[in-house]
Ligand binder design. Structure first.
Ligand SMILES: Nc1nc2c(ncn2[C@@H]2O[C@H](COP(=O)(O)OP(=O)(O)OP(=O)(O)O)[C@@H](O)[C@H]2O)c(=O)[nH]1
Ligand SMILES: [Mg+2]
Length: 333
């Protein structure tokens, strides 16, 4: 049987340095990890996998496995309306896990978040918030699926939703060594990684789905690593008068184009550069733009970065790297 990298699931090979699973032939026998994983783990050196993830194939495989249940992991900063279609594609027993609870402000009550999800995205009793980093609800989830007699659980979700980190924490909590490679660049996991936790339960890590609307499609990977918040967000709120705008790094400009003051709260990395400018300043106006009429308290999502809560009725203009990054939802908070 071919040997697999325990970090990303690729079949180890020494023939093509540019393909997944490469290890030098002289270390093949003793290697557990491919060279790409080794470099991520030991040197924080990232390279992007040269492979197209077959999303349809993964969903088909899972749907044809009669023992399958799925845990669908959704990044708490990226709860958008399109998730529903994706959840509906899985036909087996499903659990929804909203990940990275630790980055959202503690003041946002979990009950409220879950109610919001049920009412606006997908209604199910099998839903939980988790934080792998804070070891929050990991055991509660395991207890729940054991009680439900789940035999094989596939951990699925978009890339970077935190699947492999979650499994590593399950391993640690079961006194096993965390082995899977994790990183904030897309497609860290390359193939299925099947881990028999014990005689009753098998966990399968899967390659994350690529979201063609997410920020990593439009920014250099080295920069992407720095954009996502690493810990609890300190929300930045600006009172923005008519004729003023807020610029965030070289990514986004949001302008108040109505005649009343509005309030913009940024639920994204507070280490980014936020700057209030007058509308006549043409910073970032070169980027594509869209106008939104705000009719109720609204969140504008920037896919992969977070969201901006706009509390008052009015009109805004947004310039952004690519309009595909943007979506709107009724305010979650
Ligand atoms: N703050 C926080 N960050 C997390 C948490 N879980 C994962 N991350 C971070 O999110 C990034 C992606 O984590 P991974 O576990 O590699 O994500 P994945 O879903 O396995 O990604 P792919 O393998 O590419 O599909 C990493 O930088 C993790 O450190 C969490 O609970 N809280
Ligand atoms: Mg992974």
């Amino acid at each position: 049987m071919s040997k697999k990298c325990i970090g990303c699931g690729s079949v180890l090979q020494s023939l093509n340095v540019d393909k997944e699973g490469f290890v030098k032939s002289n270390v093949y026998d003793k290697s557990e990890y491919c060279e790409r994983c080794f470099k991520i783990i030991h040197y924080g050196e990232y390279s992007v996998l040269d492979k197209k993830i077959d999303t349809d194939g993964i969903i088909r495989n899972i749907n044809s496995d009669k023992y399958a249940s799925v845990a669908i992991l959704i990044d708490s900063l990226n709860i958008n309306n399109s998730i529903k279609n994706y959840i509906n594609r899985f036909k087996c027993n499903k659990y929804i896990l909203i990940t990275k609870r630790d980055v959202l402000p503690k003041s946002l009550k979990e009950k409220k978040l879950i109610e919001y999800f049920k009412n606006n995205i997908y209604d199910t009793p099998n839903i939980m918030c988790i934080s792998s980093i804070k070891n929050y609800n990991i055991d509660a989830f395991l207890n729940k699926i054991r009680k439900d007699n789940v035999k094989r659980i596939y951990i699925v979700g978009f890339t970077n939703s935190g699947k492999s980190t979650f499994i590593n924490h399950i391993l640690t909590s079961n006194l096993k060594s965390p082995q899977i490679t994790t990183s904030s660049i897309p497609n860290t996991t390359a193939s299925y990684i099947t881990i028999k936790l014990d005689n009753k339960l098998t966990i399968v890590d899967t390659p994350g789905f690529i979201d063609t609307n997410a920020i990593y499609n439009f920014v250099d990977y080295k920069k992407v690593v720095k954009l996502y918040p690493k810990k609890e967000i300190r929300v930045k709120t600006f009172q923005v008068k008519s004729g003023y705008a807020i610029v965030v790094n070289d990514i986004l400009r949001i302008e108040n184009i109505s005649n009343k003051t509005n309030s913009f709260s940024f639920y994204m990395n507070d280490k980014l550069r936020y700057e209030k400018i007058k509308s006549k300043n043409d910073k970032l106006t070169i980027l594509p733009s869209i106008n939104y009429d705000i009719l109720e308290s609204t969140d504008v999502l920037i896919n992969g970065l977070g969201f901006i809560r706009i509390t008052k009725v009015g009109s805004i203009k947004i310039n952004v790297l690519d309009l595909k990054l943007l979506s709107k939802r009724k305010s979650m908070i």
